[in-house]
Design a protein around this ligand. Structure first.
Ligand SMILES: Cc1ncc(COP(=O)(O)O)c(C=O)c1O
Length: 457
């Protein structure tokens, strides 16, 4: 959805933006940042696939913010549903039934694979992961958790310890019982693999070996992003997710599919685990795309077996805002809009016909592109200093002056990118038009020309 009746940015909007910036710098404490070193961009307006910055510049949003505005900004059907719900019932304690939550839970059960028929709603993704792990521990009576390096599962105490990227390190006191393993990533293979098949088989052997070395009966859960998102959109090779499912069954371990970023259409299917064939996780965590982030919401979809554990035994956990009516009404309207407007199909089509071929062309043309990979509206461009050695354009866990130059160049040309370490991700709303998608790729082409000048080989 993109507006056709766009008004010019007014002086009042710009003044409000300047005031917001001033107050922000005085009073707002930002996530993951050295507070004095940041110059956050002001957003004064957002609509469809665009945002406007504090200087009134219009930027094509190829980030979907934190990969959550899957239906774009200010979708009128969802805005109207939130307004309607606000007029009816803004909030209610979680022990009471409300129609928005009941319908949102029904829709999640209908869309998720297999028998994930019960839903516990949370405030976002991290607490969804926390609760999924807690459920798995109580269900199995075991404590330890397996998760992948190069993963992100959230910023709260347990979720950040389950995380496999450098954000874990300053937060990890070693108490989480988490053991990390290498998931498949052929371009930087830990297993000296040269084909997807080898990478898949060796990654599964490695996982099994870790389970055996650490004590097969110790593990409550494997937590795995069905497609790792922030860590680099490494689409698992065919057979990997099914292999993990088989291993977890064999050792009595619960399989938690983290679909916080990859879910709700991002990958071109409702849930990314569906790319792995007939794989049914025991627990599935979601957030972001469930309602495009219009109101904070996450949750855990629970298998009938795990739900049965808590049929006559109280679940020791809860949240004041579990199933918040405004968030759930936004979820119902978002899923409705996605279905009516064929957004998941559009993401799949864009991946096959625009992003896949377009990014492959960029990779062929620019020596700074080590690899492009992805599916649907979920793509990563891996930037390197040297295509032979694959030395990344920024070290793992950090940015670099070169990457900062590229991000600034994107913005100067009207593109808001999602960047992490040495990568630029192409993750626009699922309903971005073909023209907008091509415009974004065109800007990227131009910016990659600058990236090529950093190549030293
Ligand atoms: C895969 C995954 N899991 C969990 C989270 C945490 O979600 P939240 O930031 O809503 O707590 C994220 C956030 O980016 C994520 O990408």
């Amino acid at each position: 959805m993109n507006t056709t009746t766009e008004s010019a940015v007014t002086e009042a909007e710009l003044a409000a933006g300047r005031r917001a910036y001033e107050l922000d710098r005085k009073h707002v404490f930002h996530s993951w940042s050295a507070q004095k070193q940041i110059k956050p961009m002001t957003v004064t307006r957002a609509e469809g696939s665009y945002v406007w910055d504090g200087e009134g510049r219009k930027l094509l949003d190829f980030s979907s913010q934190l990969v959550n505005t899957n239906i774009g900004h200010q979708h009128p059907k969802v805005v109207a549903a939130i307004q309607e719900q606000a007029g009816k019932l803004c909030t209610i304690a979680p022990q009471y039934v409300n129609d928005a939550r009941s319908e949102a839970a029904r829709l999640v059960s209908e869309l998720t694979p297999g028998n994930l028929d019960t839903v516990f709603f949370t405030n976002g993704g991290a607490d969804a992961v926390e609760h999924a792990v807690r459920m798995a521990r109580l269900h199995t009576g075991r404590y330890k958790v397996l998760s992948a390096y190069r993963s992100y599962h959230g910023g709260t105490a347990l979720a950040v310890n389950v995380t496999g990227d450098p954000r874990r390190i300053p937060n990890d006191y070693g108490t989480a019982g988490t053991v990390h393993f290498h998931a498949p990533f052929l371009y930087r293979s830990q297993f000296h693999a040269t084909t997807e098949e080898e990478e898949c088989r060796r990654a599964l052997d490695h996982l099994e070996q870790i389970i055996q070395l650490e004590g097969p009966s110790a593990f409550a859960a494997v937590v795995l992003e069905s497609i790792p998102g922030t860590a680099g959109i490494m689409v698992p090779p065919p057979g990997y997710l099914a292999g993990v499912r088989e291993l977890t069954r064999r050792y009595g371990i619960m399989f938690i599919a983290d679909e916080v970023m990859a879910g709700f259409g991002r990958s071109g299917k409702w849930f990314a685990v569906e790319h792995g064939g007939d794989v049914m996780p025991d627990l599935l965590t979601f957030a972001k795309g469930i309602n495009s982030g219009y109101v904070p919401l996450g949750g855990v979809a629970i298998s009938d077996e795990i739900a049965a554990t808590f049929a006559d035994r109280a679940y020791p956990g809860g949240l004041t805002y579990s199933g918040h009516p405004l968030a759930c009404a936004a979820a119902v309207a978002t899923i409705g809009a996605m279905r009516e407007e064929g957004m998941v199909e559009n993401a799949a089509r864009l991946g096959d016909t625009v992003f896949g071929p377009g990014l492959a062309d960029l990779a062929a043309k620019h020596p700074s592109v080590g690899e492009v990979r992805g599916t649907g509206a979920f793509w990563a461009v891996e930037l390197v200093k040297n295509p032979e050695t694959r030395e990344p354009l920024a070290p793992y866990g950090a940015s670099s002056p070169e990457m900062n130059t590229l991000i600034a160049a994107c913005k100067d040309r009207g593109l808001l990118p999602f960047a992490n370490f040495n990568r630029i991700h192409v993750v626009p709303p699922l309903n971005v038009t073909d023209d907008q998608a091509r415009t974004g790729l065109g800007i990227l082409d131009d910016v990659l020309g600058i990236a090529d000048s950093f190549v030293t080989a």
